[in-house]
Every structure is written in C-alpha cells, then in structure tokens.
Design a protein around this ligand. Sequence first.
Ligand SMILES: *Cc1c(COP(=O)(O)O)cnc(C)c1O
Length: 407
Amino acid sequence: MILINEHYNKLTASYLFADIAKRVQKFQDDNPDKSIIKLGIGDVTLPLPAACVQAMHRAVDEMAESGSFRGYGPEQGYDFLREKISRHDFQERGADISPEEVFISDGAKCDTGNIQEIFSTDIKVAVPDPVYPVYVDTNVMSGRTGIMQDGRYQGLIYLECTPENGFIPDLPREKADLIYLCYPNNPTGAGINREELQKWVDYARDQKALILFDAAYEAFIRDDDMPRSIFEIPGAREVAIEFRSFSKTAGFTGTRCAYTVVSKDCRAFDLQGRKAMLHSLWNRRHNTKFNGVAYPVQRAAEAVYTPEGQTQVNDNIDYYLGNAEVVLKSMQDLGYKCTGGKNSPYIWIQSGSDSWSLFDDLLNKAGVVCTPGTGFGPCGRGFIRISAFNSRENVKEAMHRISKALS
Ligand SMILES: *Cc1c(COP(=O)(O)O)cnc(C)c1O
C-alpha cells in the first residue's frame, strides 16, 4: 500500500491570501468605480535591466549555432558566473569566498527549503517570528516538528522579533542546532549590524550550531555599517551558509537565478561527534538532484556585474527605496511606529492590537491593499507590512489617499 508522508498533514493551510482576496473582492463589488492599489506584494515590478536582457539575447543566439551550442552545464553553475559573484559580492567586501564555494541555483526559496535535507531530522531548529514561511513549512514536511498549536509548531524554537528588541531576536535560552536568520528582513524590513550578527556567529561556534543566513534583500542596503554578507563577520565561514538571489536584486523573480554559499570550512557533525564538511554534502546533493540553471539565464545574471548592469540594478533599487521613503514618511506623519523602509523594500507598521483593523481601514477608506502581519506568525499580530514594489505614481497616490482618509 502506498503511504503518504504524514508530516504533510501537519501543514496548516494559510487562509491569509484567500482572506485578503475575499475582502478585496467585496470592496471591489461594493465600490465598482474605485481603483485598488496593491502594496501587499513581495514581487518586483520593474522590468529586467537592459544589460541582462542583451546578455540573454546573445546567449540565446549562441544556443542556436552548432559551434556555440551548450547542453547540460555544470550543476554548480558556470565558472564565469561563480567567479564574478565571488569577486564582486565577497572578495571586494573583504569576505573570503572562492568561486568553488558558490552554488548557482534557481532560487533562494528552493535552496532554503532544500538545504535541510543534508541535516539529521533529530536537530533543534530555531526560526524567527515573524518568519518567511518557507523555513517553517519545509521543516514540518521533513518531520522536524510536532503539530501546530496556538499558531506555533511544537518542537520548533521561535525567536521573537519585537519592537522591544529592535526586531533582532535574543539568543535562545534553549539550545538550537540550526538557526534561520534573514537580514534585511522580510517581513519586518529590519537590518542587523556587525556587532549583533557577531553574537549569533559566536553562539553558533560555542554551541556547535549552524546559521542559515538569508540575504535575499542585501542589494537594498545603503548603510555602509551594515554587513551585506554574514561572511564579513569573523568566524562565520565555519558556522554559516548564506542564500542570495537575483530575484529582488535584479528583477529575476520570473527569470530564476540565485546562489548559495557553503564555504569549504563549513562544518556539521556525525553521530560520533566527528566533523563533517557541508560543502561536499551540498555538492553531492546538487550533483544528484539539480541540473543547473539555463545558460542564457546565467549569462543574464553575469551581466549584473558589468558597469552598465551595476548602474541599472542600482537605479532600480534606488527607485524602490524612493518608494519606501514615501511610505515611511506618510505613515510616520500619521503617527504610526514603523520599522524598515531603509535598506529594505518593506515597511512594518505597528497597527494596534490586531492586524486586520488597519488592513480594513486602508482597504475600505483608501482602496489600498497591504499584508496583515498575522500571516507571518504570532509576533506579526498588531502589524501590517507595506511593500515598496509598485510604481512611484501608485505609491504616491496610495499614500495621498491614506493620509486623507486617516488624518
Ligand atoms: C523573495 C525572497 C527570497 C527569494 O527567493 P527566490 O526563490 O530566489 O525568488 C528569499 N528569501 C526571502 C525572505 C524572500 O522574501
């Protein structure tokens, strides 16, 4: 008899997006002549940078000629891309990461989900609250949790991110083996400084733990004091894996290219307590289960590192950051306590005792859709997230309507 993976039954369906859609539909039905502005989305809106498009076109032409056609590529990615990433994203910032330590992939979502298959199921996992749901659900699927109770899965350690701790969690009292951190953070928009990140690296070294560092929003950092990579922190090579993506950096959400950095010193342990190197495990996993990213897409990603590509990418990020500034200023002028909006495309707004009342106000009084914080975990209750991924025109119009309706 074919049996299912029973752990899937523990997953709780998220009613969040269905609930949002229902409320938006009702508003639209009741107000057919009003336009709705969506500031809830976590997806980019600007098209691909021209440098990436040109590089992709050239690569497609290469694939059309027998002399330059390429079949299966290296699973870990082409050297031309791994070398540029190693140099620009790490070496030039003083982080010692070599090209062989960079694994090109089709997404940071996939990688953060897939990485945990190289760890035992008998480890203690710590996740932030509020959280990017992928970290939690993939551990539920692989049997590292009990059932969900009061919004939390049994067996997980929840690292509470609150206004009191500046959305940087305290070190856990209970011993954690695998720790997820994401900075600049989705959904709170909070950043982390060197000193605070050093604490986590030291913790992982002391406790023989490992940090999974999601830096998908690294390109939004404009503050020179803020580390862009955990590998800028001394001691991190042994105890951290970093996830990066071209999705938010260069608008690749529909094009698909990302990478994961596993240093050759990164270690875990076997049952006898002997060191096991994670670079070779992840390499083995990649070789067996992954076929690499399409050649034209890797050429497009490579173009991000050309001078034109850098200018275009920075212009796009500046555009979103400009939107974020408009949102931040408007909401602060209305008296709301906000986090993010600087070094991040997200603004996390304190809304009172629950998230839905401000959500409903913004929708019904201004025709603006945001994301209720409750969707990201119990600590998201009492917050909403507004995203800067939209046109400047729409963001200004949305903030104009909100200011008029709520002041
Ligand atoms: C958008 C996002 C990613 C990027 O995922 P891709 O699969 O590379 O598109 C990763 N982590 C977080 C927290 C994100 O919000």
